[in-house]
Ligand binder design. Sequence first.
Ligand SMILES: Nc1ncnc2c1ncn2[C@@H]1O[C@H](COP(=O)(O)OP(=O)(O)OP(=O)(O)O)[C@@H](O)[C@H]1O
Ligand SMILES: [Mg+2]
Length: 242
Amino acid sequence: MIIGFVQTKGGTGKSTLAVNTAFSGYMKRKFGSIALVELDPQGTLKSWWEDRDEMGYDPGNVSFHHISSTQKEVFQQGIKSISDYNELMIMDIPGESTGKLHTRFACAFCDLVIIPMRMSTNDESAFMNNLYPIIKEIIRAVPRKKGRFHVLPVFTHPRQNLQNCLDYFEDVLPHQVSCLPIVFPTRSVYENYNRKGLNLNEYAKSVASNKKYTQQVDRAIEDIEKICKTILKVGKGNYDIN
Ligand SMILES: Nc1ncnc2c1ncn2[C@@H]1O[C@H](COP(=O)(O)OP(=O)(O)OP(=O)(O)O)[C@@H](O)[C@H]1O
Ligand SMILES: [Mg+2]
C-alpha cells in the first residue's frame, strides 16, 4: 500500500504526519515493513534520520529513503523499487517543485492521497488553484482513481467539534475529494518531540517522569493512532487489512 501526504501549500503538516504515521503503533501492527520516503530536496527528514542514526535509535520495521532527484525518471524508478520491497510506503511530498512534478506523480501513483488542509480561506483557494486542477486531470484520464483523494483537516483546535469541521469541508470541497472523519489537532508537542532524532514514542519514554508532558504526548499518540486507523479504513476497499 502506498500513502502520500500531498499538499502544494507549504507548512501544513505533511512531514510531521508522514513520520508519525510511519512510526505509529497502528501501522507497526498492520505491516511487516514500512518505508518512509522523503522526496523533498531540502531533506528535513533526512537530517532528522541522520540524528537518529547517530544516537543509535532502533528504527524497528521502518526504513528511510531520501530521493532528492527532480528528474522524473530517476525518482520514479527509485520509488518503484522501494515499493516492491515494502508492505507499506509512506511518502512525504514537497509542497512546491518544478512544474509540480512530485505532486503530479504522487497523485497518480499513490493508492491513497492524504491532503492536510487547514479550515481557512487561504488553504481553500490554494487548493482550488494549485492541487485540484492536478487531481481533476488525473481523474479525467483514469476515472477509477477517483476515491483516493482525501483531505485531512489539520491545525484544528484540540476541542474542535468534528461535525462542524466535516460540514465546513463538505461545503468547500469539490465532489471528487472527500474529507476524512478525523482531524490532526494543533499541539505544541508536535513542534518539540523530534529534537535529537526522537520519534513520538521515544519522546514519550524520555518525558515519562513529567506528568504534564506525558499527558500531552499521550494525546498526540492517540491522535496518530486514530488518524492511521481512519486512513486504513478508507483504503480497506482495495486492501486486505483487518
Ligand atoms: N499538529 C500540529 N500542531 C502543532 N504544530 C504542528 C503540527 N503539525 C506540524 N506542526 C509544526 O508546523 C510546522 C510545519 O509542519 P511540517 O514541516 O510537518 O509541514 P510540511 O507540510 O511538511 O511543510 P513543508 O511544505 O515546508 O514541507 C513544523 O514546525 C511542525 O513542527
Ligand atoms: Mg515537509
